[in-house]
Each structure stands twice: as structure tokens, then as C-alpha cells.
Design a protein around this ligand. Structure first.
Ligand SMILES: Cc1cc2nc3c(=O)[nH]c(=O)nc-3n(C[C@H](O)[C@H](O)[C@H](O)COP(=O)(O)OP(=O)(O)OC[C@H]3O[C@@H](n4cnc5c(N)ncnc54)[C@H](O)[C@@H]3O)c2cc1C
Length: 531
């Protein structure tokens, strides 16, 4: 009961203090367990590094991420300087630039950084949302993987060094421009033209979704004149010596998009008019390489960032529930709400565990990534490679989809405060999460791709054997029932026939893939919890 008073003493301070002082690594025993489980004998070294970086990411970079999210801090374009020179400068807040420099100087893609350390650091950083960091990091990772495989000219080797080890302390940032105005899913339908002029390749045409527009280099898909096949190029944003003069490499940034999330990061619309481009890999293997190498990293990152977004949101919801009262009771003592938070925490934990388990499977693939399906290896290896390829797509669709649901539910724990942009970071992270669902291959496209993949391999790999292989450790009944359900769905000849039956199969496939990946996540969580 309460009596009236004109001096309401209510304060959120107790909750705010807990949230303010929370250390993303040291105060998260579950995440420490995940790292210990997967990093194996590298654990000790990684642990020390994570303790150090957590001090920055949990406080300094967290606060930068909050500050740059204010609408008045949004990046904007300055197309011309005061002397009528076209510069297409992206003006970003100073805090973004400082944070970016500090993060990229960590040398995440250096030979000196182990993959596990990189992954764990990225997971901690992604808890701060996009913050103009998440997308550029993963794009740089994809660019490095591509160049590690194909760089063989002075220019591409220089770019690789710039991204991996830095040059005079400056670490380069990568981007990837595939999507065009007529469609982003259908990369083979790209029309951006690549023309060989003497020894130099130049690009002409437009790209319609170009995130991390401030990057130093971009992986760009384009078709060589007269060819129907897409090739891959790396395009520097400025040719050597021109960055300081702000003379872009033969392209203009026509406009930056006004978008719902990831707003601290620009997504531009570009026109290329003779941009110098360096081909990477065989000119007729562009789609296979961009999907098999570059998008693989981005899709893994979507899974990892979904896990990080969830962890932050669920944690803050729990802290709030441990503080807030309603009807004379602390709200986490209402069974309705306590059960909801437990379910959110379970979803968050299994997403983290699976992101690490899948990365482990990916890292231990002999020969690393290969573009497209490889035929000259043992059946066992072909199956393993196929498992990882499909799991990456399954994770992309399931984790990104769950993420928005989980954050929305976490927001509801805060009641009306859940939607207040200046009460917590959850609304911002929710908006970022909705973007994660769309880029790097929308759900329908990946569902269709997977259905086709399973049909393509059905003479040497049946769906039920696939289910058994990826769910090793789960109970037999589940393996058998998911396996037979999948055999039946894949037996449907095509998802492109326009009839009721196919629409029904599509809906079942959509629902099935989600449940299948949850089963994989549960196996991963069990593995971590059993140590
Ligand atoms: C904020 C943001 C930033 C982005 N940044 C970049 C970037 O930096 N670089 C870049 O290259 N791209 C970027 N993208 C583009 C993104 O990758 C595309 O939006 C995405 O690939 C989808 O392309 P689209 O928007 O043209 O949709 P469409 O390809 O037109 O698809 C529309 C709908 O049709 C469905 N569909 C398409 N094909 C099939 C099929 N075979 N079966 C069933 N359904 C299908 C899709 O699932 C979708 O629901 C960005 C997007 C966003 C939102």
C-alpha cells in the first residue's frame, strides 16, 4: 500500500549501477565456460586477452556505442568541398572514429591472433550492437579470407597486408558490394560491367546497397564485358596517395539510405565510372567464391552477433526484473515473468553454444573454405563439408529470426520503458537485429537454396543421414522423427511449382529448418554444460 506524497522518491539507480558496472566477460560465467570448452589448450592465453579487452568493450566502447546512436550524431554525406571538388566524404562522429581505430588496431585478422581469440573478442564487441563496427569487421574478415586464397599481385598482396597486419599502424577496413537495384538475392543477375582497358580492369554501373561505405577496400561483384558469368574484384576506395586528397577511385556515392537499424553505419548507393578494380580468383567463379568464402564469414557473424545481441538483452532484462517491483512484489517473483526470462536465457545460451560449436566444425574443416561443392575428396569429407555449409545457412536463418523475438520479449520485461530509446540499448539492438535478418541472404532464399542442395546430393547423402550426423548426442527418437520428416520434405520435387501442395511443403520446410537448428543448438548447449 502507498500513501500520497508530492515528493516521489523513486529511483532506478540500483539497477543502473548494476548495469553500468557489469563486465561482459568477467561477470558472465556461462560465456567463460563456452570459451573454456571450445578453445581447449588455448584457453589460458585467450582468457587473459579477454579479461583485458572486456575492460574496454564493457565500458568505454559501450558508452561510445550509446553516444553515436543519437539521431543528431548520424553520419551524413558531404558531396563537395568548398572549392567545388567532388569528395563524397562520409562525416561520422569523432567517437565512431576513435572506437573504430581502437578496435581495428586489435589486429583481429593478423596471423598473430588465433581464430578462437578473434571469435571471442568479436562476440564481446557485438554485444554493443552494430555501432558501425560489426558489419565492417565481418566484411574485413571475408576480404582477408578471399585474399589469403587468391592474392597474387603486388596490389592485392598490399591490400591483404593492410587488412591483416596494418601498415604503419593503420589497419584497413573492408566492405562488400553485391546487391544491385534489380535484386540482391539473385547475384548471378548482376549487371555491373567490368572492362579490361589495357592491363587494368575498370568498373562501370551501379550498386544499390553498399554498407561500410567508409571502408578502404570493397569486394565487388561484376560481369566482364560480354560475359554472363559474375567475377569478383577488390576495389580500393582511393588509389594510392588519393585518400588524403579525398579523390575517390572512379565512383560516386550518390546517396546514403535512411534505414531503420544499423544507423551508425552508412549504406550507400554508388555509381562506378571507371573505378580501378583488381580481379580475385578465376573470372568465372565469382559467385562460388563470394558465396563460399565472403558470405560464409558474414553468415557466421550473423549467428554470432545474434547470440551477442540476445545475451546483452536478456541479461539486462534479468537485472531489471531483479530490481523492479509491481503490486508489492519484485517482478522476477511472478512465475509468469520468471518462466519467460528462463526461456529467454535458455534461447540465448543455446544460440551462443551453437555459434561456437559451428565455428569449431568450420575451423577444423581440412583445407578450410572451398567455393562451391568439391568433388575430388572422400565421401566422408564431402559430407562433413556439406554439413558445415548447410549448418551455416540454418544458423543464419534461425539465429537471426530468433534474435528479434528474444529481444522483443526482453523489452517487454521493462514494460513501457522497454521501448524508450534513452532507457536502455534494447530498442537500438532490436532495430539492428531486424537488419541482421535481411542481409547476407534473406530467409526464403536460403531455404530454397538448402532444399536444392539436399536434392542435388541425394544420391550420396540422404537427409536422414545428415540429421543423424549433425545431431550426434541427441536422443534416438528425435533423430528418427526429424530424419523421416526431412526425407519426406526433400522428396518433394521442386519448390518452384505453383500449387497448394508446394506452398504447404514450403511452409513445412520453413518450420522444419527452424526446429532442426534448435535441436542442433540443444546438442551444443548440452555439450558445453557437461563440460
Ligand atoms: C541495411 C542493409 C544493408 C545492406 N548492405 C549491403 C551491402 O553492404 N552489400 C550488399 O551487397 N548488399 C547489402 N544489402 C542488401 C541485402 O543483401 C539484400 O537486401 C538482400 O540480399 C535481398 O535482396 P533484395 O533486397 O533485392 O530482395 P529481393 O532479392 O528482391 O527479394 C525480395 C523477397 O523475395 C524473396 N525471394 C528472392 N528469391 C527467392 C527464392 N528463390 N525463393 C523464395 N523467395 C525468394 C526474398 O526472400 C525476399 O523476401 C543490405 C541490406 C540492408 C537491409
Amino acid at each position: 500500500m502507498s500513501l500520497p506524497t508530492r515528493n516521489n522518491p523513486y529511483s532506478f539507480e540500483e539497477f543502473l549501477e548494476k548495469r553500468r558496472t557489469f563486465n561482459y566477460y568477467l561477470d558472465d560465467p556461462f560465456f567463460q565456460k563456452v570459451v573454456r570448452h571450445f578453445a581447449g589448450d588455448q584457453w589460458e592465453e585467450i582468457h587473459e586477452e579477454l579479461v583485458k579487452i572486456s575492460e574496454k568493450v564493457s565500458y568505454r566502447w559501450r558508452d561510445f556505442a550509446e553516444t553515436i546512436a543519437w539521431p543528431e550524431k548520424r553520419p551524413y554525406m558531404m558531396h563537395y568541398d568548398g572549392h567545388n571538388n567532388r569528395i563524397d566524404r562520409i562525416v561520422r562522429p569523432r567517437e565512431t572514429e576513435i572506437m573504430e581505430e581502437e578496435i581495428f588496431s586489435e589486429g583481429l585478422f593478423s596471423e598473430k591472433t588465433s581464430p578462437w581469440l578473434r571469435l571471442a573478442k568479436m562476440y564481446l564487441m557485438y554485444q554493443n550492437g552494430e555501432a558501425c563496427i560489426a558489419c565492417p569487421l565481418t566484411c574485413t574478415e571475408g576480404l582477408v579470407a578471399l585474399l589469403d586464397k587468391y592474392a597474387d599481385t603486388p596490389e592485392t598482396l598490399h591490400i591483404l597486408k593492410h587488412c591483416k597486419e596494418g601498415i604503419n599502424g593503420d589497419f584497413a577496413i573492408g566492405a562488400q558490394y553485391l546487391s544491385e537495384i534489380q535484386g540482391g538475392s539473385d547475384v548471378p543477375a548482376n549487371v555491373l560491367e567490368a572492362v579490361q582497358e589495357g592491363d587494368t580492369w575498370k568498373l562501370y554501373g551501379t550498386k544499390f546497397f553498399c554498407s561500410a561505405t567508409h571502408a578502404d577496400y570493397a569486394v565487388v561483384t561484376a560481369k566482364p564485358s560480354g560475359s554472363e558469368k559474375v567475377a569478383l574484384f577488390v576495389v580500393p576506395s582511393w588509389l594510392p596517395g588519393n585518400k588524403e586528397k579525398e579523390i575517390r577511385n572512379g565512383y560516386t556515392i550518390d546517396r546514403i539510405k535512411w534505414k531503420m537499424g544499423t544507423s551508425e553505419l552508412t549504406t550507400g548507393e554508388l555509381t562506378f565510372n571507371g573505378a580501378v578494380a583488381y580481379p580475385v580468383g578465376p573470372l568465372d567463379r565469382g559467385v562460388a567464391n563470394v558465396v563460399g568464402i565472403v558470405l560464409t564469414y558474414s553468415r557466421l557473424t550473423v549467428g554470432l552477433s545474434a547470440a551477442a545481441f540476445m545475451a546483452r538483452s536478456v541479461r539486462e532484462a534479468r537485472l531489471y526484473a531483479q530490481f523492479r517491483d509491481a503490486f508489492g512484489l519484485r517482478i522476477d517473483l511472478f512465475p509468469m515473468l520468471a518462466g519467460q526470462i528462463n526461456r529467454l536465457e535458455h534461447a540465448s545460451k543455446r544460440t551462443i553454444a551453437a555459434a561456437f560449436k559451428l565455428y569449431d566444425e568450420f575451423l577444423t574443416l581440412p583445407g578450410g573454405l572451398k567455393g562451391g561443392l568439391v568433388t575430388d575428396e572422400t565421401e566422408e569429407m564431402k559430407k562433413k563439408r556439406f554439413d558445415v555449409r548447410e549448418l551455416i545457412m540454418l544458423q543464419k536463418i534461425a539465429a537471426s529470426w530468433d534474435c528479434t523475438d528474444i529481444i522483443r520479449a526482453a523489452m517487454s520485461v521493462f514494460g513501457g520503458h522497454g521501448v524508450m530509446e534513452d532507457f536502455s540499448s534494447l530498442p537500438r539492438i532490436f532495430r539492428d537485429s531486424a537488419i541482421n535478418e535481411l542481409w547476407e541472404g534473406p530467409r526464403n532464399v536460403l531455404l530454397t537454396q538448402m532444399h536444392r542442395d539436399f536434392q542435388r546430393v541425394s544420391n550420396w547423402y540422404t537427409p536422414s543421414v545428415f540429421v543423424r550426423n549433425i545431431l550426434t548426442g541427441t536422443d534416438e527418437d528425435k533423430i528418427v522423427s526429424l530424419g523421416s520428416e526431412m526425407d519426406e520434405i526433400i522428396a518433394h520435387p521442386s519448390l518452384f511449382t505453383m500449387d497448394e501442395k508446394t506452398m504447404d511443403v514450403c511452409a513445412r520446410w520453413d518450420d522444419f529448418c527452424h526446429r532442426l537448428f534448435h535441436a542442433y543448438q540443444d546438442v551444443a548447449l548440452c555439450e558445453v554444460e557437461q563440460g
